[in-house]
Design a protein around this ligand. Structure first.
Ligand code: HEC
Ligand code: HEC
Ligand code: HEC
Length: 279
């Protein structure tokens, strides 16, 4: 097996965390991998082949343990096909797989039964682990992390539409507007910002459907619990209860803003950093 840095030294991508003065170096996946992912392909072909690898390998091990060598052999042959597809799809990764170990595995399970199937399975497992250690996170970030570049939301007032990033600036403006007004005991201004915050969240709701076809993710972030928190915020402001209003703003900031950012913004930022480093 080649050393991790031997083949594509020029493609190494450096993610430099300047603040910490630390640099983490990750190897870049071969560019031809893009052909096996959306948008170049209609399906996430590479990932689906990986699921096949896991399933077929599990079946081999299961039947081997159960002493059913005939079924183990049939699954080993299926596994060989999917394992070989790794090198066919991405020739630059031919050396990441151990083709000879699979041949020996099939031979060990065949009628002649030469060699140790268990030994070959362990060798094959090492190739999974090695490639995953180098590439799995980067590939998932590059090809499967969400991309918000083309998402637009309805604008407020005159503005016809906004990018998601612009909509986020407005949300942030309204959240802080409420907090500033509360601190200065200006309830009417606080109520105005809280109402604008509610409208802002309604304006981003349709954008969720660009990626989520099912209702539960939207319900989780913008559903009944959020409506309730916003209602309590409105009431606390109206009642002049500054402390309770502050608590409700914090509630929304955590259960709406931070929860959504944890999945979406972190992945989107990673994708952008890695894309930029690869250019
Ligand atoms: C979809 C779930 C989602 C929700 C809900 C959400 N955000 Fe965001 N937010 C994002 C994403 C995605 C980005 C990154 C946008 C991009 O990279 O283009 C972002 C970025 C931001 C930014 C940085 C904008 C920039 O210039 O890049 C701020 C500030 C922000 N959000 C504030 C908020 C506040 C405040 C709330 C709650 C009231 C909120 N967001 C709710 C997804 C969300
Ligand atoms: C040449 C590199 C390479 C080899 C060898 C490899 N993988 Fe992968 N595997 C990947 C990459 C890259 C990903 C990330 C794909 C993604 O997230 O879209 C991945 C992801 C996976 C996943 C999906 C993980 C998840 O739960 O989301 C499974 C399952 C998997 N591999 C199984 C295997 C098995 C089993 C083997 C060994 C028989 C193996 N892989 C060998 C590169 C490889
Ligand atoms: C550009 C694509 C994109 C947009 C737009 C988007 N999401 Fe997501 N979201 C994802 C991806 C990718 C994941 C992680 C994998 C998954 O769950 O599909 C995710 C995960 C989630 C999760 C966590 C998983 C779950 O099902 O509980 C929630 C909640 C969620 N999104 C809510 C929202 C809401 C609410 C909006 C709109 C305000 C939104 N998303 C907009 C791509 C997007």
């Amino acid at each position: 097996m080649r050393s991790r840095f031997a083949i594509f030294p020029s493609l190494l991508l450096a993610l430099v965390a300047t603040a910490a003065h630390a640099a983490a170096v990750l190897p870049a996946p071969p560019p031809e991998l893009a052909r096996w992912y959306k948008p170049q392909n209609e399906r996430q072909v590479w990932l689906h082949n990986m699921f096949q690898l896991r399933r077929t390998l599990q079946a081999v091990e299961m039947y081997l343990d159960a002493g059913d060598r005939q079924r183990a052999l049939a699954w080993a042959e299926r596994f060989r096909e999917h394992y070989g597809a790794v090198a066919e799809m991405v020739p630059a990764w031919s050396e990441e797989i151990d083709g000879e170990a699979v041949e020996r595995l099939v031979a060990a399970l065949g009628p002649a039964g030469t060699g140790s199937a268990g030994h070959e399975l362990r060798r094959i497992r090492l190739t999974c682990k090695s490639c995953h250690g180098d590439y799995r996170a980067v590939v998932a970030a590059l090809y499967r992390a969400p991309d918000y570049g083309s998402i637009t939301v309805a604008g407020e007032g005159e503005e016809a539409s906004q990018t998601l990033a612009e909509a986020m600036e407005s949300l942030s403006h309204e959240v802080n507007g409420v907090l500033i007004a509360l601190q200065d005991e200006r309830p009417a201004a606080a109520a105005g910002h809280a109402a604008a915050l509610e409208r802002g969240l309604e304006r981003i709701r349709p954008s969720c459907a660009s990626c989520h076809r099912d209702a539960p993710p939207v319900e989780r972030i913008l559903g009944a619990a959020t409506e309730e928190a916003l209602r309590m915020l409105r009431e606390a402001i109206a009642a002049g209860d500054q402390r309770a209003a502050g608590r409700q703003v914090a509630e929304v900031a955590v259960t709406v803003c931070a929860r959504c950012h944890g999945v979406h913004r972190t992945l989107g930022d990673l994708r952008r950093v890695i894309d930029a480093a690869l250019e």
